[in-house]
Design a protein around this ligand. Structure first.
Ligand code: BGC
Length: 796
């Protein structure tokens, strides 16, 4: 390999070493191994398998290819192999089971070696779904498949010659947690009664080496406080809500039972576990003389900030540690500004992203769901792909989406991997993830191959998945929609019943998806099909106007969400006697009017929240966006921060101001969707925006200072390298510094420049200093005498 620079000079040749994994079914001579069949209604007890084998000499290239029907944790000669957790991860196991490859050269010794592994039920056969859930979704028997090769020659592989035994783990379930009995030893895969395993048929699903990073411990969190609750219980506060497990670092008593119950919040001083519904989220450790220092559960994770501890009198802050788990994507985006609460809101968004990227993009990490809800990622993926390098993670998940969608004849399941339950009805936004998320990922990565691979899924959703009205091509009125899910005015028990018409929401997304499909087709060179999608979108737009817009420019649903969707997704009919600009102007005025009337409180749910602030900025009403961002009364982002949120809540009022948990069934404290406001921080406050579909080859740098924020900086580590924007208002001037990586280009608009002025910049570090008048803030209400007086409202 060699590369050429801008100066046309070639580097020296370098040898590029490429190692392939097991590509074909025939490369696997190992077979899945398991215990004899167990009950189908009981939780499956994790078991161990092992095999002894000899290696003639060490120092050779040794690779372990390994996966499970379930989850595994592998050991070689008593040492844990790798650092990955919850392997092999969750995919659509019907079709695709990932395997991992480990370099085990250093762990092998000449002569006798012992390869062993724990196997647990995981997502494969453990309970998934709410109302008690379903077991054995992907298979009734769990097992291990492993093949160890030295210099390409198989020297150990799972087959009938292996042995199995139960060990100290009694149960380990994703939702319920782990039961561990320290009296039963399991060191070195030596203790216990070992019996011959049973071989299982090789799975029909393809074993593949995943592009997605595995789940790992990405950070540790130390407890900050030990609380004695009003009822006398001991609760450890980790100070941060996160997805992961607790690790014992101290020494608990040598007898009795240690119980760790996890929850996200306290309610009136006690562990608030009602939102967890059926999920027990409890680790139980039966203690003995055998040390449990270093113990953490194997095949579960929890979403929590608080842990109620029983069975450990005198526990101290240094006895436990929080292990933060996440698919180990690289962090790509940063943001910081002069407003303390906005910074905390941003951090909350990062934490919710971390907790909801444990193997798949999930709704929440704590209750009896933790499923790959497609609508949640559909609205959040632009934000997520700024925060993290999502290419591999989203690329693999989208393959599962396409697969599961094919099984359902074009309908995108509302969560992926689909669990084969009854949730396969077509839903706007949720199903639109099949079109919009590939485009967002392409925008972030420039991975054309991903678009090509997803294109059939894009077309299938629009041709067969969407249930249409045969006359208009819009969504069928027969189909219920989730609409602007969780809009603040929706009643707690019916989150789809917000004030915006659910069909209007669905149809706006349908038009947005159809236009995006056109862009996708264009990007991969399918120009004819791109034209068809564009024409279809125009027809749908006309039908949309007939259905929802009066001739004078009033909307059927007069709401923030409806107006923002139309403006942001550019849903305007073809210009006719200036009609386009009439609508544009009227909708923009109306949106500002409604925002003022709402006293700058958010009135949007899943559909409107990701775009409301950017839309206000786009129509030249950034001061209103800032006033909404900085508003402190519920519903608002900062209201949650002021109530102590350390993650993004599912509802604007997941916690009520009197310290009671929202009575709704769906009350998580860790859902990323409403955190999509971070995109406003990146794009408008920070001022760094990727040009759609460019894979960060082009950006727009356009900070739009406002509110009481006087400085901000943001950066994104793109496929080309780091872009950064840093601005500060100081004594009537604004200073802006911009960094553009090699191969990148930025269109720059500095605050205060005359309308239309812009500069194009290539790679390098660029600075400007301009005279700048801070805009008036806060914007005024119409009738000041009706407006509540809020002292100190704008103090950061
Ligand atoms: C999930 C949401 C999801 C919704 C759709 C909820 O239970 O937590 O995030 O998108 O259901 O019905």
């Amino acid at each position: 390999m060699r590369v050429q620079g801008n100066d046309d000079v070639w580097t020296e040749w370098k040898q590029l070493y490429v190692e392939a994994g097991l590509l074909e079914r025939s490369d696997w001579t190992a077979v899945p191994i398991s215990t004899p069949p167990t009950s189908l209604t009981e939780t499956k007890r994790p078991f161990r398998v092992r095999q002894t084998f000899t290696v003639p000499s060490s120092g050779s290239r040794a690779r372990l290819y390994i996966t499970a029907l379930g989850l595994y944790e592998a050991h070689l000669n008593g040492k844990r192999i790798g650092e990955d957790l919850l392997t092999p991860g969750w995919t659509s196991y019907y079709a695709r089971i990932p395997y991992q490859t480990y370099d085990v050269t250093e762990l092998l010794t000449p002569g006798e070696n012992v390869l062993g592994a724990w196997v647990g039920e995981g997502w494969y056969a453990g309970t998934l779904g709410y109302h008690g859930g379903t077991k054995n979704i992907y298979g009734e028997r769990i097992g291990l498949i492993a093949q160890l090769e030295v210099n390409g020659e198989v020297i150990a592989k799972t087959n009938e010659e292996w042995q199995w035994s139960y060990g100290s783990v009694i149960s380990s379930e994703i939702y319920n947690g782990e039961e561990y009995d320290a009296r039963l030893g399991d060191t070195d895969f030596a203790d216990g009664d070992w019996e011959a395993v049973e071989a299982l048929p090789f799975p029909s699903a393809k074993l593949f080496s995943s592009q997605a990073p595995t789940v790992r411990s990405v950070q540790t969190v130390k407890p900050v406080e030990i609380i004695t609750t009003p009822s006398g219980k001991t609760v450890i506060d980790f100070g941060q809500n996160f997805g992961g497990v607790v690790k014992i670092v101290g020494t608990p008593p040598s007898s009795g039972v240690l119980v760790l119950r996890h929850a996200e919040v306290l309610e009136h001083g006690e562990l608030g576990d009602r939102p967890l519904r059926y999920a027990k989220c409890t680790d139980t450790i039966r203690l003995s003389n055998r040390s449990v220092t270093g113990y953490s559960p194997k095949f579960t994770f929890h979403g929590f900030r608080y842990v109620e501890v029983t069975g450990w009198p005198g526990i101290t802050l240094s006895d436990l540690e929080g292990v933060v788990m996440q698919s180990a994507m690289e962090r790509a985006g940063t943001f910081e500004c002069s407003h303390r609460l906005v910074n905390r809101l941003y951090e909350n968004c990062v934490w919710s992203t971390m907790a909801n990227t444990i193997s798949v993009p999930t709704d929440c990490p704590q209750r009896d769901e933790r499923l790959g809800w497609t609508g949640d990622i559909c609205v959040f993926s632009p934000t997520m792909s700024y925060l993290f390098d999502t290419g591999g993670f989203m690329g693999e998940w989208l393959k599962d989406l396409a697969h599961d969608q094919n099984r359902l004849n074009g309908v995108v399941p509302i969560f992926v991997p689909d669990t084969g339950t009854d949730f396969s009805y077509p839903e706007a936004i949720w199903g639109d993830a099949s079109v919009l998320t590939p485009w967002d990922t392409f925008t972030a990565t420039a991975d054309l191959h991903l678009l090509e691979k997803q294109y059939d899924s894009v077309k299938l959703w629009l041709s067969r998945g969407v249930l249409r009205d045969p006359h208009t091509g819009l969504w069928s009125r027969e189909q219920d929609q989730l609409g602007d899910w969780l809009a603040p005015k929706a009643p707690p028990e019916t989150p789809n019943m917000g004030p915006t018409d659910d069909h209007l929401v669905a149809d706006a997304w349908l038009i947005h998806s159809t236009k995006t499909a056109s862009k996708i087709a264009r990007a991969i060179g399918r120009d004819d099909e791109a034209d068809v999608f564009a024409t279809t979108a125009e027809g749908l737009t006309e039908a949309f106007y007939r259905e929802y817009v009066t001739a004078g420019g009033r909307l059927v649903s007069d709401t923030q969400t409806a107006l923002a969707l139309i403006i942001r997704y550019d849903i305007f009919p073809a210009p006719l006697n200036g009609a386009k600009s009439m609508y544009r102007q009227r909708f923009a005025q109306r949106l500002v009017h409604l925002v003022k009337r709402a006293n700058w409180q958010v009135d949007t749910g899943f559909a409107g929240t990701p775009i409301i602030l950017q839309t206000l900025a786009q129509i030249g009403a950034a001061e209103h966006a800032y006033r909404m961002l900085q508003a402190k009364e519920c519903p608002s982002w900062l209201a949650t921060v002021l109530l102590g949120a350390t993650t993004i809540w599912e509802r604007w009022d997941s916690m009520l101001s009197d310290g009671t948990i929202n009575p709704g069934e769906m009350t998580s404290f860790n859902h990323y969707a409403l955190g999509s406001v971070a995109s406003f921080m990146h794009e408008c406050v920070g001022g760094l925006r990727v040009v759609e579909g460019s894979g960060w080859k082009q950006v727009l740098v356009k900070p739009e200072p406002g509110g009481t924020i006087t400085s901000a900086k943001t950066s994104h580590n793109s496929p080309l390298g780091v872009y950064a924007v840093d601005w500060r208002i100081d004594s009537g001037n604004i200073k802006v510094q911009v960094v553009v990586p090699p191969g990148g280009s930025a269109e720059v608009v500095i605050p205060g420049w005359p309308q239309g002025k812009r500069e194009m910049k290539g790679s390098g570090t660029w600075s400007w200093e301009e005279a700048y008048n801070t805009p008036d803030f806060p914007p005024k209400v119409y009738e000041p005498h009706f407006a509540p007086v809020r002292p100190n409202e704008w103090v950061p």
